[in-house]
Each structure stands twice: as C-alpha cells, then as structure tokens.
Write a protein that binds this ligand. Structure first.
Ligand SMILES: [Zn+2]
Length: 428
C-alpha cells in the first residue's frame, strides 16, 4: 500500500551547481584568478550569489592541512562564523579538495581518459560525476563566502602577511588559535579585500516511490526496507537513452518480485519497498529518505539494497557489508548455502558510497548491498537487457525474499554497523 500520506511518491530535488561568470577576489588592489589562484568552495553557497566587500579585519584564514584533520572544514567554517568572520580563506598547495568539486578542476589526465573512452557521452558523464561528488560531500551550511586559495600565490603577492596575521603559525593549533587573538576577538586578515562569489544553482525534480506491507504481528512497528534505485543516466549527447538494464532495471525487477511474494504471504514485522530516484547523482534519493524518513529510523531493523544484479558470475553475487554487518552476512550466508548462489566478499571497499545502502549505514542502520559489480557495459549505452541473466536476477530475488522473510518473521535485532575503513585496492 502507499506509504507516504496516501501516496507512493516522496518528491525531492537534486541540487546542481556550476561556477558563475562573476567571481572576483582582490586583495589590496591585486586580483586573483578564479580556478588558477583560488576557487570558491562548492559547499559554501546555500543561497545564490552572496557577496561581501570591504571586509577589512573580518576575513579569517586557516590552512587546509591543519583544518581538515580535526573536525574538518565544516567545523572550521562554523567557528569562523561564530567568531564574526565575514569570509574564510583556506590556504592549500593546490585547488583540489572534496569541497571544491567543479568540473573545470577535473585533472586533465582523467579528463582526457574519459573523453577518449566516452566520446560523445563525455559532457553528460562529466556533469553527472561532478554532481555526484558534490552531493556526496559532507554537508556544510555557511552564510559566509569561503575560498580555497593557493598558498604560493597568496604569499607571492603578499609576503608574510597571511601567516603572521592569521595566527596560524601558533604552536597551539586549536580552532580558536586559528581565528582569535589574545583578547579573544577575531584576528582577521587586515588588508583591504573585495570578493564576490557567483555560484549558479539549478535543480532537477525527483521522487522516491515507496510501498508498504503492514506487518501482522506484535512488532509491526518495526520495519525492514528493501531498496533498488530506478533512475539511471538519462540521454547521451545524441539523445540516445542509457538503457540501464543491469544498472538498475535488474534490481527493480527483483524488488517488485519480492514485494509480490511477501504481500501474498504476509509478514509479522512490516516491510517497506523503496525504488530510489537520484542514486546516480550522489545517492540523493536515499539521502533524502534518511533525512525525511517515512518510518522511524530507530525502528528500521535492516536495509537490503539491490543495485545491478544480473551480470558477471552466473551463480555468485558480491555482498557489500560483510565487514560492517557480520551478523547480517552470517544470516545471508546460511540462506545462500542452501541455494546455488555464492556470496562474494571481495569488493567490500566499494561499500562506501557504492549505492543507496550507504545512506542508511550512515544513520547507524544495518545495511547491505547485493551487486554484480563492474562490467564493460557499466554506465554505457550498451547496458542492454539481452545481456542480463534473468536466471541470476530471479536467484537474487529468491535470496532477498528468504532473508527478508526470515528477519520479518522473527525477533532478530542486528548490532549497529561497525565503522571500518576498507581501502581501495592499490591505495593502502
Ligand atoms: Zn546503480
């Protein structure tokens, strides 16, 4: 039945941002070039086109390398705001960071490689990749402009000024010592600064589709969520749709199949079925759901995600979450052992940001993902239906049915997921 106030739809918006033409940054009459000497932070502009001029003594300065380890930039920005700063300059050796995700900053090596392999799909892919990264950046809200500035460029033009006045050479590197002088007041950059940040914001309307099977038991307030994203990449530059047969029509097909079977049989706990939108743009649909949950997150016992389940090994599926939720892995393993599907634990590194399960994991909910993983048609217009093994899809649907049916009919509570870092291969 419909889960959202009598409707199946949960609407939301996917934010897109690009760098506008009117960015300006001048210190004592010397102009800095955007994308060469400095760049505004992507995350730092909730309201379009704020500007700040003539902010003498009110510009806080921090070094990126010192700011990021303790609490990260969000904490630093908040501290700057609270100290009364009108803007924040962040000094770094280069202009790349998780917080400055502009397409103009994609390294040329990567750009060339993508251009070569993707040809006419390149522009679309680039936009998607950049938006994806932007939306996955830890959220920061700030009212003040924040600029990442190349340290060598600023010291070239303003010898010794910054380090002395920003107090960042202090041995004590606490936040306050970056930003406040001995008398506790903001000790900002005292030259004449003029700046304008111009970020163009746009958005796409999107919606999650949510169905609900009310439980019949005493614990029907507890829910298990089954998810699969139904969005894909849209059209390429010639207007040809990306079919997305494996990614993720396969998962959606299994979702519907499992829903039908569970509905016929009924369950003790409740089961929620979510077809997520906006996954390809940075898990935006699942992030929206966990930010605006329809069912309380503390009553959400388990989240099972399926994202691309019909390619590669015919009798095996990659299981993401074995290191985060070993109990769930054990239960899934018991069930899989009785079937002819083998669970593979070899790509746990892809758990982070891999798909919509991650948004639930971030909220402390046991969450797993089943996926056939990378193949040569991944995110290309050649991801077509005839390459998908329907047999594999139905085996995975059966597996998910068994797992959810078991949990929904029991009083199993899983531990909160473990916080582990699994490095990408070759990045140890
Ligand atoms: Zn996918």
């Amino acid at each position: 039945m419909p889960a959202v106030d009598g409707s199946y739809f949960q609407p939301f918006e996917i934010p897109l941002k690009s760098l506008g033409k009117d960015n300006r940054f001048v210190i004592s009459g010397k102009e800095f070039k955007v994308l060469e000497d400095y760049v505004p932070l992507t995350v730092c502009n909730p309201d379009r086109g704020f500007s700040s001029e003539d902010v003498i003594g009110k510009v806080a300065v921090v070094r990126y390398d010192e700011a990021v380890p303790d609490g990260g930039l969000p904490a630093e920005i908040k501290a700057a705001e609270e100290a009364g700063a009108k803007a924040l300059l962040i000094l770094k050796q280069d202009l790349y960071s998780d917080y400055t995700v502009w397409k103009e900053l994609i390294p040329s090596k990567l750009r060339t490689r993508w251009e070569k392999t993707l040809k006419e799909d390149f522009a679309h892919f680039l936009q998607m990749k950049v938006t994806q990264k932007m939306n996955l950046t830890p959220p920061v809200t700030s009212k003040i402009p924040c600029l990442l500035v190349r340290e060598d460029r600023i010291t070239e033009k303003h010898e010794n000024v910054i380090p002395a006045q920003a107090g960042i050479q202090n041995a004590d590197r606490s936040l306050d010592s970056h930003l406040r002088g001995n008398d506790g007041h903001l000790e900002g950059f005292s030259s004449e600064i003029s700046m304008k940040v111009d970020i163009v914001e746009d958005k796409i309307s999107a919606r999650n589709i949510i169905g609900y099977l009310p439980g019949k038991g005493e614990h029907k307030d507890e829910v298990i969520i089954i998810g699969a994203h139904y969005d894909h990449l849209g059209l390429d530059s010639k207007g040809v749709p990306f079919p997305g047969a494996d990614d993720n029509a396969s998962g959606v097909a299994a979702l519907l199949e499992v829903a039908e079977r569970l509905a016929k049989k009924g369950t003790e706990r409740s089961v929620v079925f979510i077809a997520f939108d906006g996954e390809e743009w940075g898990l935006t649909g699942s992030k929206y759901y966990t930010g605006h949950p329809v069912f309380p997150l503390n009553k959400t016992v388990l989240m099972v995600n399926m994202d691309a389940i019909g390619r590669n090994e015919p009798d095996a599926i990659h299981f993401l979450g074995s290191q985060r939720s070993p109990e769930v892995r054990r239960l899934a393993g018991e069930i899989a052992n009785k079937s002819d599907i083998k669970l593979l634990d070899d790509i746990e590194f892809a758990f982070k940001y891999g798909s919509d399960h991650y948004s639930f994991y971030e909220k402390g909910i046991p969450a797993i993902d089943l996926t056939s993983s990378y193949h040569e048609d991944f995110h290309r217009i050649t991801d077509t239906w005839e390459k998908v093994s329907m047999e594999k899809v139905s085996k995975i649907a059966e597996l998910v049915y068994q797992i959810v049916n078991r949990v929904a009919g029991s009083q199993i509570y899983f531990e909160k997921p473990l916080s582990v870092e699994v490095p990408f291969p070759g990045k140890q």
